[in-house]
Design a protein around this ligand. Sequence first.
Ligand code: TXA
Ligand code: MG
Length: 322
Amino acid sequence: MNHLTHYWTADDAAIARAAAILRAGGLVAFPTETVYGLGANALDPTAVAGIYQAKGRPSNNPLIVHVNDDVSARSLAAAWPASAAALTAAFWPGPLTLVLPRSERVPDIVTGGGPTVALRSPAHPVARALIEVAGMPIAAPSANRSSELSPTRAEHVRAGLDGRIDAILDGGPTTAGIESTVVDLSGIVPRLLRPGPIPLAMLEALVGPFAMFDHSSGGPLPSPGMLERHYSPHTPLLCLESIDVEMLMGRNIGAIVPAPTGVSGVIERVIIPTPEAYAERLYDLLHELDGLGLDGIVAWMPPDRPEWLALRDRLRRASFGS
Ligand code: TXA
Ligand code: MG
């Protein structure tokens, strides 16, 4: 890999240049409302192969295709069930990804060779402008090296992928902060593959009960991205259901806490303890604390309640094996 990576503030001129790179088969990182994505022309298998190479991503882990509306989405799906119509009407554009039977237009490399395709219409104005100006669906995973933390700022993308991609569009920090909710609508019963910013209860209110993936069953993963260790900092992360002040004393650690602990020496970051506020800050804080050469990071694990499902999932994965 030996790219000169352009780093541009995401104004109209930069978006036009980035769109030209995508049309020429190149790789562009761009902001979405969840995390930054690493985009390529979803209909160009050679361009998409570059994503896997830049990230070091296993080729069996399929990509999300980003579109601006349900008309484009339907042209990439072989079926569009009533559940897809109801969920897209309510939540698109936004942080919701639908897995549906793929149409023949979608290259194998996008789907990992499987029979389904993941589709999302992002809400971020820069993502939408890029799709519009490039005039194509954009395949984009999170813009990080495989198994590392997702980027919520352009600087995070640069730290991980500089020299490996063609351009980074800087649109400031993302707001939802964690990756989209992923729902599989290809079977008889909808299934939650990845909890995210849109709570399960809001989805179920529209299309009825979901099947959940049971991590303990030991069966094949419905989505390769469900690998336990994922989205991790390099520094060991320990999640605590309650923060024990004694435990923090005298250690070279960082702490993400819902209220100040006052323990001297601990690098403390206080978050507002609501699901939205914690999600917005979580990866940013993990990136920051990960860069400080600490022996460990402790983070407040929110209560085991439905509104915290996605945050608990990300914290658990980020700490797995630590
Ligand atoms: O918020 C997001 O979803 C961000 C932004 C850039 O849109 N993207 C993102 O992509 O998080 P990625 O590749 O990091 O995660 C996509 C997840 C993975 O767990 C992948 O395995 C799963 O979606 N996935 C993609 N296509 C699938 C398919 N056809 N069937 C099942 N799972 C799929
Ligand atoms: Mg990812």
